[in-house]
Design a protein around this ligand. Structure first.
Ligand SMILES: [Zn+2]
Ligand SMILES: [Zn+2]
Length: 313
């Protein structure tokens, strides 16, 4: 028992706080079959995609914070305070400036000290608004970095974790004009004791940078927003294609599944799933195609654990 505990503490821990795209599953104003199934209990409810990563020392780094972040923290023992007005959460990394990845930053306004990391473009996009620019003052720090092939982040709060930001093709959010812009989106890589996890919940295409990182990873969590580019339009749920929202579709000849199915990583998941996506129904042909390719839809609350030799759940 003690040995198990010791080994557990020596590995990087990765917890899935949420696995849905903006709106969650079910979405408050939707009665599509996936939302109806989640509301009735026939399928799992999903909070908006977010990740928590810890190396060794009980200090956690989050990636992206939606309006669900308070609920996610309250449902995750490891993220809860050990003393009054304290938190084991030491930093928040954001992949882009979309509302569903950043609105939860405002939940951290009560923090005495807080550290956010994003590209300069993402910081500038958000901090035009004073609600976000308050995170540059007092003991709150917003570290901006220029987007690049592989940018090492300095996280003094989590020194045993190596974190890199990987430039991926992306769009600014619709509220900021939706232009394709360098620095609009990044993926994050976590490395610890020879293990590598790729978290890429938003990308317009799988570029060579991202593909290279995915090929070397032990675990990948990929943008699974839509199965097909015109899914939202076909279902009458929206007017924009998946790509117009900055997300590569999973299926089709140039979808991400083509690449993801060839990876060596034993843990290969889609996350950030929109409630329109047929992979949420395990009986769908698309869900079967995913399973045949060796991938799965990740679940809220799942913890990936990467131990000394093999990656396993
Ligand atoms: Zn999103
Ligand atoms: Zn729905």
């Amino acid at each position: 028992m003690h040995l198990l505990r010791l080994e557990r503490q020596s590995t990087v821990r990765v917890k899935i706080l949420g696995s849905a795209a903006g709106g969650g599953v079910p979405q408050w104003n939707c009665d599509c079959c996936n939302c109806v199934a989640a509301r009735s209990g026939a399928g799992p409810r999903r909070l908006v995609a977010s990740l928590a990563v810890c190396a060794h020392d009980d200090r956690w780094v989050l990636v992206n914070a939606s309006c669900d972040i308070g609920l996610q923290i309250n449902e995750t023992r490891e993220l809860q305070p050990r003393a009054s007005r304290s938190s084991p959460i030491v930093a928040l990394l954001v992949t882009d400036a979309n509302i569903d990845h950043t609105a939860g930053i405002l939940e951290f306004r009560q923090a005495d000290t807080f550290s956010i990391h994003s590209t300069t473009v993402v910081k500038q996009t958000l901090c035009k608004h004073p609600m976000f620019s308050q995170f540059e003052r007092n003991n709150k720090r917003w570290h901006a970095f220029e987007s690049g092939i592989r940018v090492r982040l300095q996280l003094p709060e989590a020194p045993q974790l190596s974190v890199y930001a990987i430039a991926v093709p992306g769009l600014l959010p619709s509220y900021a004009g939706a232009a394709r812009t360098d620095g609009a989106a990044v993926a994050y890589i976590f490395e610890h004791e020879g293990k590598k996890v790729v978290y890429a919940p938003i990308f317009l295409t799988v570029n060579d940078n991202l593909r290279h990182e995915m090929e070397l990873a032990d675990a990948v969590l990929l943008d699974g927003t839509c199965w097909s580019d015109d899914e939202m339009i076909e279902l009458g749920l929206g007017a924009r294609t998946s790509r117009a929202m900055g997300h590569a579709p999973i299926g089709g000849p140039d979808g991400s599944l083509q690449i993801a199915s060839d990876l060596r990583a034993r843990q290969r998941y889609y996350t950030h799933i929109n409630n329109s996506n047929p992979i949420l129904d395990p009986a769908s042909a698309e869900a079967q195609q995913l399973r045949d390719a060796g991938l799965a839809v990740v679940s809220d609350g799942l913890e990936l654990e990467l131990d000394g030799d093999t990656a396993h759940i």
